[in-house]
Design a protein around this ligand. Sequence first.
Ligand SMILES: Cc1cc2nc3c(=O)[nH]c(=O)nc-3n(C[C@H](O)[C@H](O)[C@H](O)COP(=O)(O)O)c2cc1C
Length: 261
Amino acid sequence: MTEHTYDLDNPTIQTLLNRRSIRAFADEAIPADVIDALESVAQHAASSQYLNDWSAIRITDPAIAAKLAEIGRQPYIAQAPLLYVFVLDEHRNALIAKAKSVDIDSDEFTLNGSYRFTQAQNDAVLALHAMETAAYSLGLGCVILGSLLNDVDALIDLLHLPKYTYPVLGLAMGVPAQEPKLKPRMPKSVQFFENAYPEISDDVLSKIADFDADVHQYYDLRDTDRPVDAFSDQIAKNSTANMDERKVQPVASRQGFRLDR
Ligand SMILES: Cc1cc2nc3c(=O)[nH]c(=O)nc-3n(C[C@H](O)[C@H](O)[C@H](O)COP(=O)(O)O)c2cc1C
């Protein structure tokens, strides 16, 4: 038998290694057949237990896009020619189960429990990432939008998200109108471990210090007046950020999820 050969320079690997977030788009519509292909790719992502428990809402109404940009506090959201909000979705499955005589208002119904909440979120993210990669392979650029979760209640109202759904992330896409540099990544030795999680040693922290210096040389095109903060400074700042408005449990509970189960 001949041994398998690997082309490490193949277009998929090149696409993934060159991926960077794009936050400015040409004023150019994305053709319908491209949209159709991107949506098929998303559907072909893996799905936990084959439950297909995610949906994506394509935003074509400029007024809704403008409201999303307001919620996200990022103007480029409204400027993206193609915009989706991915949601974890047990609503459709609940109705399917109900039609098969499952009492979805009883404790027998478990699709609204914490395990499915996290797995459905994983499914939505995998689908989004497949779409993102396919978009880059076509020369488009994307930015993932966690900022839409600034006000989950408003987002749920705006998109009429029903019981047993919860928004996961947005994805804005278009022909790139900017060329940001690739953002540095930390050394593999501090992110990939073998067989068990190691004790984080001074050696790891000294490698992070080197990484800090790399990151501090990077300029984000959103603020070209100064380099971005060193990685450690970003972590320290984020580690005490106020997360009150991003609490998941209260809104998930309003959407019918029981994260205690
Ligand atoms: C879950 C998630 C949420 C994100 N949310 C936002 C966002 O709301 N706005 C934004 O401009 N970028 C957002 N990003 C993009 C990250 O800032 C970006 O991926 C990171 O800084 C690394 O830069 P790169 O993608 O150019 O390599 C998000 C990325 C992820 C994975």
